[in-house]
Write a protein that binds this ligand. Sequence first.
Ligand code: AHG
Ligand code: MN
Ligand code: MN
Length: 327
Amino acid sequence: MIQFEQTFMNFLFHHQEKFNRTYHFLILMDAVISAAKHIQHYYLTGALKGNLGLAGEVNIQGEEVMRMDQIAHEIVIHYLKTSERVIHAVSEEEELIIPLEEKRGRYFFYFDPLDGSANVSHGLPVGFLFGIAKKNLKGTEDGHLRAGNDYIAAGMFVIPTGTFTLALREAGAWRFHVDETMNFVKPIRMILPDDTRSWELSFNEANRYTFDEKIQNWIAGNENKYSFRYLGALAGDFHRLLSNGGMFMYPAIINHPNPKKNRPQGKLRLMYEAAVVSFMCREAGGHAVDETGSPILNKKPDQPHQRTALYVGSKKLVDDIAGVLQG
Ligand code: AHG
Ligand code: MN
Ligand code: MN
């Protein structure tokens, strides 16, 4: 018996048809899928071709090695251009906003082309994270940077694992797995589990004593209830969290013995890391807040690479820690 599964594009075509949507989003998502496959290819063959080294190094062919982050960035930009649907993009790898189809475009695309760079030299999982917002079709468009609440979709690929999760506004978070033909298939709706037995906590334990004392106390009071898991790539850590429930956090660092290493704004980037996973989490029934206990999705960015502290996961845990942060 041949086993067939619904492909991602088939799923999306039906979704757009059901909600009477245009084909523009399909064209954009087709470009996103092509980019992800291309990054996956480079990542899988990278060690052999000497692409996984540090920038500035020279490979065995004597060519200068490009960082995997840069390769991934260029791949995504190439496909966004071919879609002709993106007004401008924000990439972790480019300081300035990247203008694309300023007149005819319809979407804004915010992305981290390669999340978890520290895993690259080990060939361990990394991610490609993105959030999509839409131009104001009713009035004039000022091109401002959108808050997560204004995204229409957000997603992530875990590379080279071959999983893709896409959340569509008010239409759920869906997970796909890559099949033998390199198609993403078999939509599974992700809902965070209520059963606390599978819940996990995920944060960099080495930073623990640099957090606000309130957070340190919260950890001390809760650590024996859950397992700890930390891969060091938000995409991978959040992937687990969506299945198992619990909470991922990257709190502000305010008590570092070397004050220069404090990060009162947190480490993660709002537009293409924190808001992306927070959007997916909301669609899976969860919640996310910043260091003041306010919803991440309400935060309107002042600049493209703004950082934020992040607490994201099962609503009960995030509400609990929000209470502590507000207290
Ligand atoms: P990037 O590789 O895109 O710079 O992101 C790394 C981020 C994120 O993926 C991860 O959760 C976090 O940094 C890990 O930071 P620590 O090494 O400080 O734990
Ligand atoms: Mn990242
Ligand atoms: Mn990155």
